[in-house]
Design a protein around this ligand. Structure first.
Ligand SMILES: [Cu+2]
Length: 142
């Protein structure tokens, strides 16, 4: 009985860090939706912050055929990040490194659908930033 108790405690001690990591991962990939509105000058302005290892918001909803100005910046820290999308058929192609000074990416989405963006950085043989949670979606709607 006493042996069983010790084994149980050991099992819990081993499991806790695993559980903690699992929870952290879920939080990182939590979906944060932002629906763009069109300013009086006819532009949809959206801001995205990237960091280790997330984009916030990570799900944008924009109108088709209305220009978008995507202001991107990086959370403070030394790890380099970028934001990449390669959807020429939908009018959205960019590859922008992120810095703490915001940069504006301009495009006009031309096709309804859901398109992925991500960070393409990876340190050596480790998981890519995308695999760690640095990805998101632009949903283009009518
Ligand atoms: Cu990154």
């Amino acid at each position: 009985m006493r042996k069983f108790g010790v084994a149980l405690v050991l099992a819990l001690v081993w499991a806790l860090p695993v559980l903690a990591v699992a929870v952290e991962k879920t939080e990182k990939s939590e979906k944060v939706v932002y629906t763009a509105t069109t300013d009086s000058d006819g532009v949809q302005r959206v801001e995205i912050t990237g960091g280790g290892y997330f984009f916030r918001p990570n799900y944008l909803i924009v109108r088709v055929n209305v220009p978008v100005e995507l202001k991107v910046k990086k959370e403070s820290g030394f790890v380099p990040h970028n934001i990449v999308m390669n959807e020429p058929a939908a009018g959205m192609v960019f590859d922008q490194s992120l810095s703490s000074n915001p940069t504006v990416i301009k495009f006009t989405p031309t096709k309804v659908g859901k398109y992925q963006f991500s960070c393409s950085k990876r340190l050596l043989f480790f998981e890519s930033h995308r695999e760690k949670g640095m990805e998101g979606t632009i949903e283009v709607v009518e």
